[in-house]
Write a protein that binds this ligand. Structure first.
Ligand code: SF4
Ligand code: SF4
Length: 285
């Protein structure tokens, strides 16, 4: 609302100069009503399954700054706080110390963890904070343009360098419970998260899955498809919020079969894993 956009700056300049200065902005052409396109995680993004699982496990999630902050948006709706870089860990720790008894996860990206998450984690260990820190490790700095970070294994100039392991950093900081999971294996993600959220000790889950943009969308090579004969319009896959999953035929008022846009889908398989009727599968021969 208070953005200093071009129109506002032009008006302010005219006001300051007593009507002089830049000419008023030209009239904007009327645009047709466009469908709303709220921001969302990319099709096939590895963060999606982790947020889906945290919501399923009814965890309170303190979030951080990165593309994964989009976990706050519906239908995932799986992030409860976002303050500033590194704050996820301190916020969760503070909630626990203030007496919160429920499942509590601090979710932070790899780059943010290296930037300002490690200090918070050390504080949690030292002060016996029973929280789970989930590091979404896509081995890149996604939101600001794919800059390398200490986990990438190459410098800003592209030279090979030390590739820092987040699991090893966590162990070095004193965390006893450290797990590494594949974000595209939902059963494993759920098993490990459930165990760690209920363990009553500081724990770290490093959730690996390359950024699909940085990896040039290579996750499954071919798209998935919905078998309309098996789809029961239950809506479970829609809860993932993957932009490749769209409404198909309306089978009852307000109930839709799902359909997958092949040009957008990268075959990550997460929707196939959540469909209770096995209606989604790869199109690979
Ligand atoms: S497999 Fe499913 S969840 Fe993954 S990108 Fe394709 S439609 Fe989206
Ligand atoms: S989860 Fe499966 S059955 Fe339910 S709407 Fe999606 S494809 Fe259809």
């Amino acid at each position: 609302m208070m953005e200093l956009n071009v129109d506002r700056l032009r008006a302010l300049r005219r006001e300051l100069l007593g009507g002089e200065g830049a000419a008023p902005a030209p009239e904007k052409p009327a645009l047709p009503a466009l469908p709303a396109r709220p921001p969302t995680l990319c099709a096939g993004c590895g963060h999606r399954g982790v947020f889906y699982t945290l919501a399923k496990l009814k965890a309170t999630v303190t979030g951080d700054i990165g593309c994964y902050t989009l976990g706050v948006a519906p239908p995932l709706s799986s992030m409860d706080t976002t303050i500033c870089m590194g704050a996820s860990i301190g916020a969760a720790f503070g909630m626990r110390k203030a007496g919160y008894k429920g499942r509590l996860a601090a979710v932070i990206g790899d780059s943010t963890f290296f930037h300002s998450g490690m200090t918070g984690l050390l504080d949690v260990v030292y002060n016996k904070g029973a929280i789970t820190v989930v590091v979404l490790d896509n081995r890149i700095t996604g939101m600001t343009g794919h800059q390398p970070n200490p986990g990438t294994g190459r410098t800003l100039l592209g030279e090979p360098t030390v590739q820092t392991s987040i699991a090893e950093v966590a162990r070095a900081l004193g965390v006893k419970r450290v797990h590494e999971v594949d974000v595209y294996n939902l059963a494993e993600v759920e098993r490990v998260l459930k165990e760690e959220l209920d363990c009553g000790e500081p724990s770290v889950v490093v959730a690996y899955g390359s950024c699909v943009i940085a990896a040039k969308k290579a996750v499954g090579a071919v798209p998935h498809a919905v078998d309309p004969a098996k789809c029961k319009s239950c809506g479970a896959c829609f809860k993932l919020g993957c932009p490749a999953i769209v409404r198909g035929e309306e089978t009852a008022p307000g109930r839709f079969r799902s359909k997958i846009e092949p040009a957008a889908c990268i075959g990550c398989d997460v929707c196939a894993q959540v469909c209770p009727f096995k209606a989604i599968s790869t199109t690979k021969e």
